[in-house]
Design a protein around this ligand. Sequence first.
Ligand code: SAH
Length: 249
Amino acid sequence: MTEIALIIDLHKDSGRQGPGSEAETLRALEFMELPTDRKLLIADIGCGTGGQTITLAQNLNAYITAVDLFPEFLDRLNQTSGKLGLTDKIQTLQESMDDLSLEPHHLDIIWSEGAIYNIGFETGIKKWKDYLKIGGYLAVSEITWITPNRPKELEEYWMQQYPEIDTASNKIRILEKNGYTLVGYFQLRQESWIENYYRPLEERFESFLKQNNHSEPAMKVVEEHRAEIDLYLKYRPYYSYGFYVAKRN
Ligand code: SAH
């Protein structure tokens, strides 16, 4: 199995592939003034197995296009939406977030939790803007420094992983520079990392290694996830996901 296939295998049976929670998805929604007289058109980009997609479908009168690069995640989302009777609200689309076939100026909301880093925050918000109606909303969570300074070890790790990591004020400036107005911001709670994402992931390590006969690549995937978790536990006062809710000008 390739490294990416192993990573998919490790994550595909989880309800989430990144930090977040139902409460925080709903909190981001609260910043929006949405029409109630018609169905909303929404794209959930980098939806994974669709934790947040389901929350949106359960709480809005909407058609949601749930986009991800990997069919394994979308299959699981289709299963869940089938079980919950939400198939008329959620349609999955296997595409890359930097090359979407969505109609321009069409969407009321673009949602994306823990995924925009795959193409970079600034590239993502620029590319996606065209799909939004004027006055449509962007709700995006992005890794964010929560203090002005931080330890060298942490800084070095993130500069290697994702050099676009920055403070909220700088991220907001990027939104403003690119034709959005911020309507709300908050940070994900620590429980949303630990209870909802890291703990279920850790519980999966043993069976994942067993299934893959403790192969060297499988051990490497676990080690990398372990290192990410350990770093978070050590340095969590310094970074989180920021949830940015903005309106297209
Ligand atoms: N929103 C989900 C998943 C976040 S993990 C949650 O919060 O639980 C990031 C997701 O982005 C993964 O599901 C991954 O498959 C997807 N992804 C990575 N690169 C992508 C790309 N180029 N286009 C679309 N999706 C991508």
